[in-house]
Design a binder for this molecule. Structure first.
Ligand code: ZN
Length: 57
């Protein structure tokens, strides 16, 4: 019983964490990531953050 509940909860989480092919806005490279992932790597995420800070200052 408990195992069934765990499996269905896991299935819901898995569908929410669907892997998608995306294009990184920083280096324009295709990458695969979860729906909320925006950048291909931490390096690009930091680069984007740095550029945003540069623009606002
Ligand atoms: Zn990138």
């Amino acid at each position: 019983m408990a195992v069934e509940n765990t499996l269905s909860a896991g299935a819901i989480l898995a569908s929410k964490r669907k892997i998608e092919t995306k294009i990184c806005p920083v280096c324009k490279e295709e990458f695969e990531g979860i729906k909320k992932a925006k950048f291909c790597s931490n390096k690009c995420r930091q680069k984007d953050k740095y550029q945003r800070n540069k623009l606002t200052q």
